[in-house]
Each structure stands twice: as C-alpha cells, then as structure tokens.
Design a protein around this ligand. Structure first.
Ligand code: BDP
Length: 702
C-alpha cells in the first residue's frame, strides 16, 4: 500500500498521507473543490499554505481559489478579510469568539450551502484550518459541522531547557534545534515545522532557553539571534520568551549588585526590557528560576520572591509582557521534608504579586516523578494566578527509550480535585478560574524536542508533545481521545492498527509506574541520570533513604499530621483522605504513610507481596506492549515499526533491571522472599549497585 513506504517520523502528526479512493474521501473532495480564502500575509498565508499541503496530500487536489460563491465550497477568513461575514446570521458568533477562537460550520451564505472557517483574528483562522484538516486526517464526517472553539487557557507555553552551547538539559533527542551560530539570518525549515506543529495544537509561546540560565542570553548579540526565531514564529502565533538570570545586572550589566530594591538594578532591567521590545516587539516575557538549586535570586539580598518577580513585572507591564516565576524551590536540608517546601515558601506570598506575574509550580510537590499527588499550591493561592509546569521530556520516565504516553499523567493531575471552592475545583478549573478572576491563565511544558530526525527520540514521544498542546488548549479534554487523534494522524485510521496502538498508549504510564516506583514510591532513581534504579544511593548531600525511609519493619514516609504534616497543605476532604491510611489511594500509600511490611492491603495481600506483584506486573505489561506491537508488523511502515520494536526490547531489559534492582534492595530490609514461581533476578544486588543503569553506568558521568 502507498503509505507503507519508509517514514522517519519527521513529519510528526502533520503527515497528510493520501486517504485513498473511497466514498468518504470522495465526499471530502466534493467539499474542498473551491475555496474562498483571501489574504496573503502572516497567519492567513501560513493557514493557506497548510490547507494547500493538506488537501494535496490527503485528497490529491489543488487548492482552487475563487471569489464566486458556490455550493459545497470552503470559505475561510475573518470579518476583515471577508466583509460578507458581517451580513451573516453567524456574525455575532464570530464577534463572541476570544482572540484565538474559531468557528467551523456548515452554513448558508448568499443562498449557497458552504463550509465556513471563521475567526475574529488571523491566528484564529490558522487554528481553525488545522482543526479542519484534523477532521479529515481522522476521517470525521464534514456534513453537520458546528464547531466553536476558544482556548480555555491563555498562555500555552513550551519551556525549552536548551543551553546556548547547543545541549539540552534533560533532553534525550539530540541537541537543541536552535542553531544559534547561524541565527538570525539562516532560518531553517525545521523552525517553521516546529512552529506548524505547535500551532496545530495551539501552543502559543516558547521560552527558548534553560531555566538554569546564562546571563548572556540577554546580551544584545544573543537578543538579535532570538529575534530571528521570533520572526519565524510570529505567523504561527508563537511568542518568544527568555529565561532571566537574576544576577544578569551584575554578570553582564557592570553593576555590583542585583538587589531588586536597588534603583540602578531596576533601571538596568527597564533599559534591557526596552531593548528587547525594540528587537522583538511581541516579546512574551521572562521565565525565572530563582533561589532554587543554586540559582541567584532576590533572597540573596534579603528580599522575597514577590519582590524579585514584581521588579521584572513592573518593567514588562507597559509592553504587555509576563513573568513566570517558578515555585520549584526546596531547602537542601535533610531534616526538612522537601515535599512541603514550595507551599510553605509561596503560600504566605499569595496576593503579593503584580498582575502580570504567574507563580509556576510543577504538577506535583517533589519533582516530575512518575506519579505524584497534585501540588498543594493549586487550590492554595487563590489570589495569585498559577501556571502549571508539566515535564514532557521523560527525565524520570525512562528518557527517550521508554514508551510512556504522558497524556494520562497530565489528565490525572488536571482532574485532581483540590476542593478549593468545594467539590469540582479540579486543578484544571483552578487554572481556568484565573482567567475569570485575574484575566490571565497559563500552562507550561518542558518539551522533549531535539535534533533527532523524528524530533523526540522515541516516536511515541511525539504523542506527549501533542497531548500537552491539546490539553493546554482544553485542560478538560480526554487524554484517551487525544491519543486516538494522534494515533490516527501518526499511523492509520484502520482499527486493526489503532486498537493495539491505543491499548499500548493507555497502559504505558501505569506500566512504567509499576516497574519503577509503585504504591507512591518516588525519587529512587539513579542519582546522576535519573534513569535506572538506585534506591540505595546514600551520600552526605543526597540520599534516597529520605524518600523511602526503609527499615526492617516498614517503608514509606509519614507525611500525615503527626508526621511531616504535608497532608495539612491540602483542603478538606482531600486532607482527610490522604491522612487516613484506610482511605489513602493505594497509588499514594507510601508517599503519605509509613507502612509495615505485613500491612494488609485492600487486595488482601501484604504490603510486601503487593509491592512484588506491582514490579512483576510492570515487566509483564511491557511484554504485552511488545506483543501488541509485534502484531503490527506489515501494517505500518517498516522503518517506524522496527524503531519502536527495538526500543520496546530495550524497555523490557530496563524494566527487568528496575524490578530486580529495587526488589533485591528492599528484600535486604524486609527479609521476605520473591515467590519461587516468579522469574528470579538474574544478578546479585551488588551487581545492580555497581551498574545501576545498564546503558549508562555511573563511571560515564565522573
Ligand atoms: C530537576 C532537573 C534539573 C532541573 C530542575 C528544575 O533534574 O535538571 O534544572 O528540575 O526544574 O528535575 O529546575
């Protein structure tokens, strides 16, 4: 078949492969024969180019533009580009759209039955065109269209952790795609394809550089380079942001302080921001990691996070710029539970930030673990808009080597109920509420994008970029439906391909949790790489024992009111649910409770047996994923089939590694057996300790 030719994955979900010759595609052809689509610049030009590519690829037809209205044609634009819209019954609906919203509907115009893609703004048109193409890519009927979309969050931003030397912190898909050497003049096609992919899911911002920032990114020569990217992204509705290193006035400004209360420092930032806007008129703003993991910040001068954020916000405000101030802070003091740090530091600052500041916590209170309860700042800072930070790059989920669909993880956090204003105050609703109460709302994702030919290292990593974007647009969307769209666009609309692919995706994250950190375990991964097991890591600076607290009797951390008190940071009844070992969901058991090995779980098994069961189940699930995938041989192109098949083999080996390494270690304390009827560990604990991560052993990092 035509679509079985080799594919590298470069085209992402925008492959536009022929839909073939059947009744449905014939009906699509009928509806797309003629197009009224005025506008040759900016987002309208980008939208037209996309439509042309889509129609030609999917249906094999050329974009035929006309100015005469005919039955069955497509009419695309804004009331500015198509003044006729103003006379239509649906005009008030267009007027009622937000800045980025759009309508797609079958309507009568001047007596003709047409399909209208309409928006108030050009970028809304581009989003509408991508949606329309998606309908055909996923073989939806085009007869009864009545789609009205407005994004539920306003700032939907990727936070690249790209260094200026081309490496990517926690990036596993090659190097940074920003070719700084050749910017601003050389505009690679990859930048445009990156922008297209983002726009197709509604991502509208990109922080170009790492939160562990270098001050020089704010120097004029680097700003000029950044402006080159901003120029490419502009038609696609993507604003450029930069991280701001708090010590920049000292490092590149010639001052001897970066104290936010110092007038000279304030002036330096004011001038810097003025310069940035002269080069990038639609600059988005700053993302700041301050007083966190050794980064400089306002506390170096006895000032608060709010003082620091507000100083930057004040100078950005006249230009409409925003500050994202990260809440990822923890004291490096072993006696203090890391889980409670962020909340304790930021909660007292609620309401003290200027109106163009977001405080940005990660999804959970530790650090992008395979599973965490939601961060208690969501629901805890009603007077401060919060932006939620997800990690799309799989730092703690097997890097780019493991197939883990993160849509389910994102959804789990977004749908967690904070009870901030009673039942139904999900994290998603909390985020959306800021739009109403503060006029702004946001979400951020640390992407998995790099120079690898398929962008994300693992082909299925693309699904996580895609799912983040779709959930950023609508945080109440279903991750299963998003997976389905992605799989259809990436592989096929055939059920024999779709059902195994979707089954694999839907089980993959739970499988990962099972073979690495089930029942609420966390932070027991390799100290350096954050992949592979190292629950035994123990040095004076950092020890995994703080996270599992294993002894001969028990495992887990007591975070109840009588323990570290982390549960108290949640509203009632979430607090009571987590506090009581009987009602605490098993998936958070060892996160909140210290539990004896012989504790009876709801399943009737002891904790030890349950733990063993989860680790073995995880490996079995990877094997099932392999089996399902092998059934796709010959149904998808060989190149992508082999790529995923061989990564699944690698994943199986690593899953076994995790399972055996962890269980052998736990067993040293519990003294309990791994039942003889189970596959027994191949190596000794000593062996796993020497090589905690099979493909990247410790020595490499010394
Ligand atoms: C940790 C990462 C580290 C990041 C840090 C952060 O290991 O590379 O710099 O988070 O988010 O998870 O600032």
């Amino acid at each position: 078949m035509q679509w079985l030719h080799a594919e590298s994955g470069y085209e992402l979900w925008l492959r536009y492969k022929p839909l073939g010759n059947n009744e449905l595609s014939e009906s699509y052809r009928q509806r797309n024969r003629k197009v009224l689509f005025p506008g040759e610049t900016g987002s309208l030009a980008a939208a037209k180019k996309e439509l042309r590519a889509g129609l030609s690829g999917l249906l094999g037809i050329d974009l035929a533009e006309t100015e005469t209205l005919e039955d069955n044609m497509l009419i695309i634009g804004t009331p500015q580009s198509i003044p006729l819209f103003r006379k239509q019954a649906f005009y008030p609906e267009i007027e009622g759209l937000s800045d980025e919203g759009y309508l797609i509907q079958n309507s009568k115009m001047e007596g003709k039955m047409v399909t209208v893609i309409a928006a108030r703004t050009d970028i809304g048109v581009l989003y509408g065109v991508f949606h329309y193409l998606r309908l055909m890519q996923t073989t939806q009927p085009l007869e009864q269209l009545a789609i009205k979309e407005n994004p539920k969050l306003r700032y939907r931003v990727l936070n690249h952790w790209d260094n200026l030397n081309g490496t990517v912190e926690r990036g596993y898909a090659g190097y940074s795609i920003w070719n700084w050497e050749r910017l601003p003049f050389y505009k690679e096609q990859r930048y445009i394809d990156y922008a297209r992919a983002n726009a197709s899911v509604g991502i509208n911002g990109a922080v170009l550089n790492n939160v562990n920032a270098q001050a020089k990114s704010l120097r004029t020569d680097w700003l000029v380079k950044a402006s080159g990217l901003a120029d490419v992204f502009r038609p696609y509705g993507i604003k450029v942001y930069l991280t701001a290193k708090f010590s920049a006035p000292r490092e590149i400004g010639g001052l001897d302080t970066a104290n936010p209360k110092d007038p000279q420092v304030q002036k330096w930032w004011k001038d810097k921001v003025e310069e940035i806007y002269s080069l990038i008129p639609d600059f988005g703003g700053f993302l700041v990691k301050a007083n966190s993991e050794g980064q400089p910040g306002p506390q170096d001068y006895g000032c608060s996070h709010a003082d620091g954020a507000n100083m930057l916000a004040e100078v950005l405000e006249p230009y409409g710029g925003i500050v994202f101030w990260r809440a990822f802070v923890y004291q490096n003091e072993r006696q203090v539970d890391r889980v409670i740090n962020g909340y304790n530091e930021f909660k007292p600052l609620d309401g003290k930030f200027r109106k163009n500041v977001f405080v940005q916590p990660k999804n959970g209170p530790i650090d992008f673990q395979p599973r965490e309860p939601f961060h208690p700042l969501f629901g805890g800072m009603p007077d401060t808009p919060l932006s939620l930070e997800f990690q799309i790059t799989q730092e703690n989920l097997g890097h780019a080597g493991h197939l883990v669909y993160l849509g389910t993880l994102f959804e789990e956090t977004l749908q967690s109920d904070t009870y901030e204003n009673g039942k139904g105050s999900t994290v998603s609703k909390v985020l959306q509420n800021y739009q109403k109460t503060h006029g702004i709302s946001a979400i951020a994702g640390v992407p998995n994008i790099g120079t690898d030919l398929n962008w994300t290292g693992h082909l299925f990593g693309q699904a996580n970029w895609y799912a983040f974007g779709r959930l950023a647009w609508n945080p109440d969307a279903s991750s299963a439906e998003i997976a389905e769209d992605w799989a259809k666009m990436t592989f096929s609309n055939e059920d024999s391909v779709l059902s195994p692919v979707l089954r694999i995706m839907q089980m993959s994250r739970e499988a990962y949790v099972n073979y690495t950190m089930p029942l609420g375990l966390n932070h027991i991964m390799n100290y350096d790489t954050h992949n592979g097991p190292e629950p035994w890591h123990d040095d004076p600076v950092w020890t995994a024992f703080d996270y599992h607290k294993i002894t001969e009797d028990s495992i887990g951390v007591n975070r109840t009111a009588g323990g570290t008190g982390a549960v108290l940071q949640y509203h009632s009844p979430v607090y009571e649910k987590f506090e009581n070992i009987k009602t605490c969901p098993p998936e958070y058991l060892l996160w909140f409770h210290r539990v004896p090995w012989d504790y009876k779980m709801p399943s009737g098994k002891t904790l030890w047996d349950e733990l063993v069961c989860h680790y073995y189940k995880g490996v079995d699930e990877v094997r099932l994923m392999q089996k399902l995938w092998s059934g796709l041989k010959g149904k998808i192109d060989r190149e992508r089939f082999d790529h995923v098949a061989s990564l699944l083999e690698y994943q199986e080996q690593e899953a076994i590694w995790w399972r055996d390494g962890c269980l052998l270690f736990f067993q040293e304390y519990s003294g309990l057996p791994i039942p003889a009827d189970l596959e027994q560990p191949e190596h000794s604990l000593k062996y796993y300790k020497t090589i905690p991560f099979p493909h990247d052993w410790k020595g490499l990092y010394e």
